[in-house]
Design a protein around this ligand. Structure first.
Ligand code: HEC
Ligand code: HEC
Length: 350
């Protein structure tokens, strides 16, 4: 059944190529329409939802990329989005447990990796932002992050020599607004696609997994390892749901509950993707685990039983995985690293 579904997804995504056919005679380079971004969904990934009012364009993506790397978005012009989301760590924040904002303050959540965001349904660990566009405001105005105000950011961009013409090219207006900043950054973020790991090559029949990796994959999908219920094998490696995976008996961070105030959501967090997981340590919403071994030891024996614990985890026997199996699982997780993604020059500082 699962295999069938993958084959189907493979077929539709292979024909989903957004092409740029709309051509007009170019009279005036300054005033021409933005060029649709030639966006190819890799084989094996589902179709991506792109909001009708923010189609990707070459100029919009270029502007979003420039903004993402520009510390001008922070109050003292020292910290860009990329200051906490670094490409060589799949856009997570180096090995820091908590990122450092412009005042030196730190938060209580670990900076997540940024890729395949076009498939996510909600943003932040607790899903507090409903769209990728909405998410952009959070870090810019957050006092422990970039600590700026939108009015000041807009004033800085408006009198910058490069930005007004870039906004004009991307959106037809050089009058900079919060909405346009949100749109541009979201466009760039949607281009951050990662689906070219060893696992993907294996899935496409190009290579074989070695014995240890193969065994790890069987554990991953089987009842014994039981990772697949939430970190669904195949394309995005997440179910996009909020779950309590058993980290705590008392919740220092209430997670999804903070947003919904529904007691059933106590201690639930967004299931993160496991793609590029070898690059994004430390792990969990609060970065409490330094290594994948610590993560698997936790799932193997240290989970806490609480009212909202996911039923799949509550059913598990403690100590079910032996040390060889733990290493097999890690070997499989290591096949999810996409080296092309972290070295792709289209995503680096422009
Ligand atoms: C000071 C460090 C810091 C800076 C600067 C920063 N971020 Fe983040 N980012 C974080 C942290 C920490 C989280 C997790 C917060 C949470 O979930 O509550 C996060 C979460 C996100 C998410 C959610 C990802 C997901 O899977 O839900 C996105 C998208 C994102 N940041 C994009 C940006 C953009 C765009 C900028 C620049 C405008 C930016 N970040 C600036 C630290 C930072
Ligand atoms: C019931 C759903 C569920 C199951 C089953 C599950 N996970 Fe998770 N996993 C989650 C959630 C939710 C988080 C985030 C929890 C948090 O940070 O509070 C998570 C976090 C992780 C992280 C940290 C990711 C990061 O970016 O910090 C890793 C690694 C991980 N899981 C691996 C596994 C492995 C390996 C298995 C199988 C042994 C597994 N998970 C089983 C739901 C699950």
């Amino acid at each position: 059944m699962r295999l069938l579904k993958f084959t189907f997804l493979f077929l539709i995504s292979s024909i989903m190529v957004y092409s740029c056919k709309k051509e007009k005679p170019i009279k005036d380079l300054e005033n021409r329409d933005p060029i649709p971004f030639n966006f190819i969904i890799p084989a094996g990934m589902p179709p991506m939802f792109i909001p009708a009012d923010n189609p990707l364009t070459v100029e919009g993506v270029a502007l979003g990329r420039k903004l993402f790397y520009d510390p001008v978005l922070s109050a003292n012009n020292t910290l860009s989005c990329a200051g906490c989301h670094r490409q060589n760590f799949a856009f997570a924040d180096s090995t820091l447990q908590f990122s450092v904002g412009i005042t030196g303050a730190t938060g209580t959540r670990n900076a997540p990796a940024l890729f395949n965001l076009g498939w996510e349904k909600k943003f932040f660990w607790d899903g507090g932002a409903a769209t990728l566009e909405d998410q952009v405001i959070g870090p810019i105005t957050n006092p422990i992050e970039m600590h700026d105000t939108l009015t000041k950011v807009i004033a800085k961009l408006q009198k910058h020599s490069l930005y007004p013409p870039m906004f004009k090219k991307a959106f037809g207006s050089d009058s900079i607004t919060t909405k346009l900043i949100m749109k541009a950054i979201a466009q760039f973020e949607r281009t951050l696609i990662s689906a070219n790991s060893k696992y993907d090559e294996y899935k496409q029949g190009k290579i074989k997994l070695d014995e240890q990796e193969w065994n790890g994959m069987q554990l991953f999908i089987g009842e014994k390892g039981d990772c697949n219920h939430c970190h669904v094998l195949g394309s995005t490696f997440t179910d996009f749901e909020f779950r309590n995976n058993g980290l705590d008996s008392v919740f220092a961070d209430e997670g999804r509950y903070r947003i919904t105030l529904n007691p059933d959501d106590m201690g639930k967090f967004k299931t993160p993707t496991l793609r590029n997981i070898a690059l994004t340590a430390p792990y969990m919403h609060d970065g409490r685990f330094k290594t994948l071994k610590e993560v698997i030891n936790f799932y193997n024996s240290d989970f806490h039983l609480t009212a909202t614990l996911d039923p799949n985890i509550a059913l598990q026997k403690r100590g079910r995985l032996n040390p060889i199996e733990i290493n097999d699982l890690i070997a499989f997780l290591n096949t999810l690293t996409d080296k092309d993604f972290v070295s792709n020059v289209n995503f680096s500082k422009p």
